[in-house]
Design a protein around this ligand. Structure first.
Ligand code: ADP
Ligand code: ZN
Length: 725
């Protein structure tokens, strides 16, 4: 009889191969299966690895049995990984040119030994809370007031911590709760039509792309599909770009599926992740989450919803896996036999292209649910106004009149300025110096604290400096160039002294409590003017909002990126959708110095959606950009400025030589901010044609890079970013 058995495992590392280990029958009573987690030693460190192959004697034999180390033991208390999860990791790794181990590490960030203890602690806490809840619920039941029970539950739900699990278990013991309360969803005619078309697309086993203006009722359709999926005993993943921007959505989902909802995002602590993971084992569930919720241990998944599918937040830039949640969601759904629905008012060109080649099914929803008409659009040329003395600070007199008018009628106003801080840039009046961050090649912004104290902040690395008001070079006085949200708020307060004004940006929304307070007050009509960054454009439904305005829209266009226009258009459409959601017509004002820009022409209806899409697509085709090619960025980071230059040039040459016939090598070039956190950055952009060679080109590229890295002893400086955003 054999003494040892051999396995291969996946380590949470950037390792291209899966090492062999052995275990003996006395070490483990049973035999290991694929997905089991074991503790192993590798390179002098201990890791929790995932078993990927069992019984590999023959291959192991070629390595030499004697050199194979035994495992340390089973990783007690850690759940096994499903085959679907491992397959997803492999798929993501292959597409995004990283290793399955890196995906494993991202999926199970606690891949360390301590996880076990964390989990034990959670279990204790959960038990404690269940006991407490049982007590409370029993009390509520004695008092026999369903209203009180519901109020109690709402309160608990707000506390977070995976309350559904706690509640449904407790609730099971609460026989008084008989009827379920998800409100029935009644679709309008046009929604029903869209809904049946979605079903047809699902029938063909394709992802459906739902394109519908804000307020057309897309969410209501998702909820209907979700309800059906849950009823059929399957589970739902509802993806959003950012949780912070989805609080109203969260409440809406909760009102339908209070017991099934679990909210998950990448900022969650380890223990919350473990809680969410253990929750979704007790199905049915609906996970509302950001991109990382793809890597939860999904089971019986029936539907994946990707809302705002074009949002760049779905992409992870750093570290690996540098994946796009939208694409990974499609992979996840495919592996689990689930349906996928993508939705947006302004779908990505990639997805529209996928529809045009028959890979996705396109469904349009063109009417707004409340029959509201599109808001009137007015583009104000700030340069022309300035010449006519028509500007007061950041506001044009035209806009001021409109705001006054709106406030007089009891309406509410939202003002978008896509730069937080008081002033995004400062300049010395004497010598022209613009104070920059020492570690990043970026201007420092001036922030004024509530108590009047000022500081300079780098928006790239977060470094904070004291603000002295004088130039670091010559001691001259600094003057603000341009106005951020704080300044706009101040100007608005001066212009409209009777209005109640609040600000919503990531500075003011530091605490979730404060943020939801602002949103609630604005919804309740207790705030007249809301000033903010794109946070005011997204996800909120304010019925009293009748005027929305973009203060300095130029900053939306000013990015040197082939996607900038598409993004600006999408943000502006979203913002426009915020007003006039009910029956009355809203007003959308854009202040810009480039009124003729095609983005504004599209918004004001001089170009229709499909025309502008065709235009954008033909530009992409001309330059060989996606979706007509695949872009991979090789990103080189180095603290040493001359070495980054040298290495990136030499890498570009190497790649041109070996792959130049098959793909286009652009660069190296410096990104707009070419130094962040002390690291110099260069980018080599590779355009790979979408043909039969795509796969082999990707493989060659990976190979060339690792040869370069080892040949030049330059490991750890080069990252590949597939489909960068
Ligand atoms: P979208 O997701 O496309 O922006 P929503 O689903 O948020 O649109 O719908 C806009 C508004 O219309 C919301 O206030 C929503 O409650 C309401 N609404 C949409 N469809 C329905 C429906 N079938 N029944 C009742 N209200 C609806
Ligand atoms: Zn910095």
């Amino acid at each position: 009889m054999r003494e040892s058995r051999y396995i291969q495992v996946l380590l949470p590392l950037r390792l291209k191969w899966e090492p062999f280990y052995s275990y003996s029958e006395e070490q483990l009573p049973g035999s290991l299966a694929v997905g089991d987690r074991v503790r192993v030693e590798f390179g002098g460190k201990e890791y929790v690895a995932v078993v990927t192959v069992v019984d590999v004697e023959e291959e192991a034999g070629t390595v030499g049995y004697d050199r194979i180390k035994p495992i340390i033991g089973l990783a007690e208390g850690l759940d096994a990984i499903s085959k679907e999860e491992i397959n997803l990791w492999r798929m993501v790794a292959e597409y995004y040119l990283c290793t399955p181990g890196e995906v494993y590490k991202a999926a199970y960030p606690a891949g360390k030994v301590e996880e076990e203890e964390v989990k034990a602690r959670i279990n204790d806490r959960l038990q404690e809370r269940i006991a407490k809840l049982d007590e409370k619920i029993a009390k509520a039941r004695r008092e026999d007031t369903r209203a009180r029970y519901l109020a109690l539950r709402d309160e608990l739900l707000r506390q977070g911590h995976c309350p559904g699990a706690v509640l449904s278990r407790s609730e099971a013991r609460m026989d008084a709760a008989t009827d379920r309360w998800p409100a029935a969803i009644e679709l309008s005619d046009s929604q029903s039509e869209a809904y049946s078309k979605i079903k047809e697309v699902f029938h063909d086993r394709k992802p459906a792309l739902l394109r519908g203006v804000t307020g057309s009722g897309k969410t209501e359709i998702y909820l209907k599909l979700a309800a059906e999926t849950l009823e059929s005993g399957k589970n739902v993943l509802f993806m959003v770009p950012e949780i912070a921007l989805s609080r109203q959505l969260e409440d809406r989902i909760r009102s339908h599926f209070p017991d099934e909802l679990v909210v998950f995002h990448s900022g969650e602590t380890l223990s919350k992740r473990a809680e969410a993971a253990s929750f979704i084992k007790t199905k049915p569930y609906l996970v509302l989450g950001t991109r990382s919720s793809i890597f939860l241990p999904h089971k019986e998944l029936g539907l994946v919803i990707v809302d705002e599918e074009n949002d760049p937040s779905y992409k992870q830039d750093n570290p690996a896996p540098r994946y796009n949640g939208r694409e990974a969601a499609i992979m996840l759904a495919g592996l689990n036999g689930a349906f996928t629905i993508l939705g947006s008012a302004t779908p990505s060109l990639e997805s529209l292209y996928n529809c045009s080649v028959g890979r996705f099914g396109l469904i349009e929803l063109n009417t707004r649910y409340f029959q509201a008409e599109d808001s009137d659009v007015e583009i104000i040329d700030t340069i022309a106004e300035r010449k006519k003395n028509g500007m007061v600070g950041s506001f044009s007199r035209k806009l001021i009149d409109k705001i006054k008018n709106c406030l007089d009628k009891g309406g509410q106003v939202a003002l978008l300025r896509e730069r937080r801080s008081y002033s995004p840039i400062l300049q010395c009046e004497e010598c022209g110096t613009i104070p920059k961050c020492d570690r990043c090649d970026a201007a420092l912004s001036l922030h004024i604290k509530e108590n009047g104290e000022s500081k300079l902040v780098c928006h790239y690395c977060g470094r904070v400096k004291r603000y002295l008001g004088t130039c670091p070079k010559c001691g001259g006085s600094l003057k603000p160039l341009g106005a951020g949200t704080q300044k706009i708020e101040e100007e608005a307060a001066e212009l409209f002294p009777d209005a109640r004004i609040a600000r919503l940006d990531s500075d003011s929304a530091r605490s979730r409590k404060h943020e939801s307070e602002i949103i609630r007050e604005f919804s309740a009509g207790d705030i007249d003017i809301l000033v903010g960054t794109r946070m005011v454009a997204k996800g909120f439904d304010f019925s009293g909002l009748s005027l929305v305005a973009v203060i300095q829209s130029d900053s939306l266009l000013g990015q040197q990126d082939y996607r900038a226009d598409e993004r600006a258009l999408s943000l502006l459409e979203q913002f426009r959708g915020r007003c006039g959601r009910r029956a009355e017509r809203g007003m959308f004002v854009i202040q810009t110095s480039q009124p003729d820009h095609p983005v504004y022409q599209t918004i004001s209806g001089n170009l229709n959606d499909s025309e502008s899409m065709t235009k954008l697509l033909s530009e992409r085709k001309l330059f060989g950009y996606p979706p007509y090619s695949r872009v991979i960025n090789a990103v080189i980071r180095d603290r040493n400025a001359s070495r980054v230059e040298l290495m990136s040039r030499s890498l570009a040459e190497t790649l041109s030589r070996s792959l130049g016939n098959n793909l286009k090598v652009i660069g190296p070039y410096s990104p707009a901010v070419d130094k962040v956190g002390g690291e110099n950055i260069r980018i080599i952009r590779l355009l790979l044609p979408k043909n039969k060679l795509l796969k082999s080109n990707k493989a060659t590229l990976e190979e060339e890079i690792s040869v370069f890295e080892s040949g030049r002893k330059y490991s750890g400086h080069i990252a590949l970013d597939v489909d960068p955003v």
